[in-house]
Design a protein around this ligand. Structure first.
Ligand SMILES: *Cc1c(COP(=O)(O)O)cnc(C)c1O
Length: 372
C-alpha cells in the first residue's frame, strides 16, 4: 500500500535549478542557497547538500537553530543567519560559526561580548523593505567601521533586501539606487566585503542586483517567484505531494461527504477518501476548491478538508480501486498540478504551500527516481 501522505523530493532537480540559476549570474557572482523553514518544506540538510552539489557556495537560514541544524548534519560552508538574533539565540548562532547580520550598536556590543572566535558580521541597510536593517546610510557606514575596529568581530558583508522584486520592478529599482552607492562606498573602504541584495525574483529579473552574491530560496526548489509556471523560467519543481485512495464508495443523490455537509451529491456518484488533510498541509481553503490527480486524470476535491482526510468525486462510473495513488502536487500521466496553481486558488503564494507541508508528512528523497 502507498503511504497515506508522502512528499517526494528530487534532489537532482534542486541541483539542476542551482546550476541553471548560476548560468545567468553576472560573472564572479556566487550563489547562496536559502534553506530556512526546513528548506521551504523540502528538508534543510538534504536541500543544502543538493544546492552545494549544484554550485552554491553559501547557505542562508533565518534562525540560529536552523544554522545549528545544518552544522549537526555535517555541512561546513558559510551559513548566514539572516534574521534577528535575540540574546538567547546568540550563543547557538556563534556556536554554529554562522555569519550574522547587524543593524544596531546594541547588537554589535552583544556580539563582541559573546565572541570567542572571530565573528563575521554583515551590516544591513533597509533600502525600502521596512523590516530589518537601518534606514540611515550614515549609520550603516558607522556600524561597518565599529564592526571593523571591535576585537572579535570581522566585517564580512553589506546587504539589503528587496520588497517588490516579484511584482514591482520600479520600486526594486528605487531600492537598488539607494543601496548601490552605499555598497560602493563600503567596498571602497573595506575591499574584501561581500555585497549582496538579490532574492530569487531579483536574481532572475535584473543582473544589476547580483553584486558579489545572490540569496536564492524559492527558485532553487524549482518554484517561480513571480507565481507563474516554473517551466517558463526553466525551473523544475523538486517536490511532489502524494496520497492514495483509501476508500471508494457509491454515493446516492442527497448523501454528503465531510464536515458541515458542504458537498451533497446531486446524482449517483463515487466518492473516494484520501487520508491526507490540513494536518498535513492541505489547506482547509481547498474545500470544494481544488483538484487531485489520479491515474492521469483530474478529479474535484469535494466537501470540507478535514485534519486527516479529503474527499474527491470520481463521477458516476469509475474503475478506480482503493489503493490507487493520488497526486496533489506533481505530475500523473499527462496531468500536472503545480504549487503555483494551488496557491492561486486560495490567494496565497507557492512559498506558503510548500512551507505548510507539515512534519507529519514523511519526505522521501530521490534523484530522478533513483536512489538519493
Ligand atoms: C527568504 C529570504 C531570501 C530568499 O528569498 P526567495 O524569494 O525565496 O528567493 C533572501 N533574502 C532574505 C533576507 C530572505 O529573508
Amino acid at each position: 500500500m502507498p503511504l497515506r501522505a508522502l512528499a517526494r523530493v528530487n534532489l537532482a532537480a534542486i541541483e539542476r535549478n542551482v546550476t541553471r540559476l548560476k548560468r545567468d549570474l553576472t560573472p564572479g557572482t556566487e550563489l547562496c542557497a536559502v534553506v530556512k523553514a526546513d528548506g521551504y518544506g523540502h528538508g534543510a540538510a538534504p536541500a543544502a547538500a543538493a544546492a552545494l552539489a549544484g554550485g552554491a557556495s553559501w547557505l542562508a537560514v533565518a534562525t540560529a537553530d536552523e544554522a545549528a541544524e545544518l552544522r549537526a548534519a555535517g555541512i561546513s560552508p558559510r551559513v548566514l543567519v539572516m534574521g534577528a538574533i535575540s540574546d538567547a539565540e546568540l550563543a547557538p548562532a556563534l556556536a554554529a560559526d554562522a555569519d550574522v547580520v547587524a543593524w544596531s550598536e546594541h547588537f554589535v556590543s552583544a556580539l563582541a561580548a559573546h565572541a570567542e572566535r572571530p565573528v563575521r558580521v554583515h551590516v544591513k541597510l533597509d533600502s525600502g523593505m521596512g523590516r530589518l536593517g537601518t534606514r540611515d546610510a550614515g549609520e550603516a557606514l558607522h556600524l561597518a567601521e565599529l564592526i571593523r575596529v571591535t576585537p572579535g568581530l570581522e566585517l564580512a558583508g553589506a546587504m539589503t533586501h528587496f520588497a517588490t522584486a516579484d511584482d514591482d520592478p520600479a520600486f526594486m529599482a528605487v531600492q537598488l539606487a539607494a543601496f548601490a552607492p552605499i555598497a560602493a562606498d563600503l567596498r571602497r573602504r573595506y575591499p574584501g566585503i561581500v555585497v549582496h541584495a538579490a532574492n530569487s525574483a531579483a536574481t532572475l529579473r535584473d543582473p544589476a542586483t547580483h553584486f558579489d552574491l545572490v540569496r536564492c530560496g524559492i527558485a532553487i526548489y524549482g518554484l517561480d517567484p513571480m507565481q507563474e509556471d516554473p517551466r517558463a523560467r526553466e525551473l523544475e519543481p523538486a517536490l511532489e505531494l502524494h496520497s492514495y485512495l483509501a476508500a471508494v464508495k457509491a454515493t446516492a443523490p442527497g448523501q454528503s461527504a465531510g464536515y458541515g455537509r458542504r458537498f451533497v451529491a446531486a446524482g449517483e456518484t463515487w466518492i473516494a477518501t484520501l487520508p491526507i488533510g490540513y494536518g498535513d498541509g492541505v489547506r482547509r481553503a481547498f474545500s470544494n476548491n481544488c483538484e487531485v490527480l489520479v491515474a492521469g486524470r483530474r478529479y474535484p476535491l469535494v466537501g470540507t478538508v478535514s485534519m486527516d482526510n479529503i474527499t474527491i468525486d470520481l463521477g458516476p462510473e469509475t474503475d478506480l480501486e482503493p489503493g490507487t495513488p493520488a497526486t496533489i502536487i506533481g505530475t500523473d500521466g499527462g496531468e500536472r498540478q503545480t504549487a503555483e496553481t494551488l496557491a492561486h486558488l486560495i490567494a496565497t503564494i507557492n512559498y506558503e504551500i510548500v512551507c505548510g507541508i507539515s512534519r507529519r508528512v514523511p519526505r522521501a528523497y530521490h534523484r530522478d527516481g533513483g536512489p538519493a
